[in-house]
Design a protein around this ligand. Structure first.
Ligand code: ZN
Ligand code: ZN
Length: 220
């Protein structure tokens, strides 16, 4: 944790009002992603569909992806405070929001997109791992690291969808055997490229079905 965070009084990371790291007003106004959704990728849709415009025709190694909130203005501020400023208590807030919006996955275990060593050293914590542990406690599931990076990945920020896919292709390898039904946790679902590549590695490690759970999701 940044030393400044210990010295300064808590401020809401969204609206900067004093008191809590996420004030009640902001917590209640975050844009929850509620049905109807695309059954596969979790994009909001006008009515329930098996595949949507965003994911139809794409080979996705996961069976479903669900997120608590849309990645927009206030959620962006929340996520950047959580990830970049290392406000770890926000992982518990994120988990509460996931549990309120996403039904518990029918899986034997949770795992997470593994930490990129360089970024962990920079931040001193790994948001996806923390979120997986917070969710595992609430859903009464075990959590285990099952994936490893095969190489360093350049930042995804600012890349097109096609470039994101190329950027992460083959990025993960199974690090341990996966159970047949596994939940894969990450902080933000942007294009689904990372989730798909990680899910594919879990399937190589023995998983038959992978359900992805993230805190936030980009809505196109
Ligand atoms: Zn606020
Ligand atoms: Zn879809």
């Amino acid at each position: 944790m940044n030393i400044l965070n210990l010295l300064l009084p808590a401020k809401c990371v969204v609206c900067a009002s004093g008191g809590e790291q996420l004030c009640t007003g902001c917590r209640e106004s975050l844009p929850l992603l509620l049905p109807p959704l695309c059954e596969r990728c979790g994009a909001p849709t006008a009515w329930p569909v098996a595949r949507c415009r965003e994911c139809s025709g794409r080979r996705l190694a996961f069976a479903s992806a669900r997120a608590a909130v849309e990645y927009e203005g206030s959620v962006r501020r929340f996520v950047s405070a959580w990830k970049e400023r290392g406000l770890r208590r926000l992982a518990a807030e994120a988990a509460e929001l996931v549990v309120s919006a996403v039904p518990p996955p029918r899986v034997a275990m949770l795992t997470f997109v593994p930490p990129d060593r360089e970024r962990v050293l920079l931040r001193g914590h790994h948001p996806a791992e923390r979120l997986a542990f917070e969710l595992a406690a609430r859903w009464d599931l075990p959590v285990r690291p099952l994936l490893a990076w095969t190489r360093a990945i350049p930042h995804q920020r600012g890349l097109s969808l096609a470039d994101r896919r190329r950027n992460v292709a083959g990025a993960f390898a199974p690090a341990a055997m996966a159970p047949s039904r596994i939940g894969l946790v990450d902080d933000v679902y942007t294009s689904g490229a990372t989730a798909a590549v990680a899910a594919s590695a879990l399937r190589r490690g023995g998983a038959g079905r992978v359900d992805v759970i993230t805190f936030a999701r980009v809505v196109r």
